[in-house]
Design a protein around this ligand. Structure first.
Ligand code: TYD
Length: 208
């Protein structure tokens, strides 16, 4: 099947955000599948990335017994982001594809931007990150984390962290940085709501 891709250098960059257990990975994967079924050339990617720095994050930072200093977390996520952009996101966009990224800069702001000073600094060290065309936040109350916290997979999965992170995401929604989607509904409904946002964007952007 002939894929719809745009001219070189004119791909579309979409990212999907949410607290741990918000269903964003399932939603992002479904969205990519739906886009491909419509004939768009779309790819799924995620942060932490699959690159060397992403692996350090997964093995050393997230699977430890306690959290590393926030400054260290912020730096390593930012370093992984540079690597991810240069080796994955930018080349895919240059090939005209739709890149759907599971977590991005907004995660660093929500998880590591814990004070005004940290927030400013996190923004500063991520200044060179490409701005997404569409940034979507799936909102769920932290109660959905309860089961997951019992099976705790990472240092981030505590009640306090998730509650604070949700507030930080909602603040980014109020500031107009993220589009909100209700996440406490069926997986199908979440994917459909995201699909609508993306379709609207694509109608506008592929028309020109
Ligand atoms: P993720 O892979 O989405 O976790 P899971 O697959 O278990 O849902 O994300 C891993 C964790 O990394 C998540 O708790 C959020 C955290 N994180 C940050 O703290 N800052 C960041 O910049 C990113 C990208 C992730």
């Amino acid at each position: 099947m002939e894929m719809i891709s745009r001219d070189k250098g004119r791909g579309v960059f979409i990212c999907i955000e949410g607290i741990d257990g918000s269903g964003k990975t399932t939603a992002a994967r479904r969205v990519v599948k739906a886009l491909m079924e419509k004939g768009y050339d779309a790819v799924y990617t995620a942060e932490p990335s699959k690159g060397v720095f992403g692996n350090i994050v997964k093995k050393s930072i997230l699977q430890g017994t306690k959290r590393f200093p926030k400054v260290l977390e912020a730096v390593i996520f930012a370093v992984d982001r540079v690597d991810h952009i240069e080796n994955e996101i930018r080349p895919q966009l240059n090939a005209g594809r739709i890149v759907v990224c599971d977590r991005y800069l907004y995660s660093s702001i929500a998880y590591q931007g814990t004070s005004r000073r940290m927030l400013e600094w996190v923004r500063e060290i991520n200044k060179h990150a490409i701005k997404p065309d569409l940034a979507i936040y799936i909102d769920v109350p932290p109660e959905v984390m309860v089961d997951r916290i019992k099976r705790k997979k990472s240092v981030m999965e505590t009640w306090e962290t998730q509650k604070r992170v949700r507030e930080a995401y909602l603040k980014q929604v109020r500031e107009g940085q993220l589009e909100i989607v209700e996440g406490n509904v069926s997986k199908n409904d979440v994917a459909q709501a995201i699909d609508h946002l993306i379709s609207d964007y694509l109608k506008k952007s592929y028309a020109c």
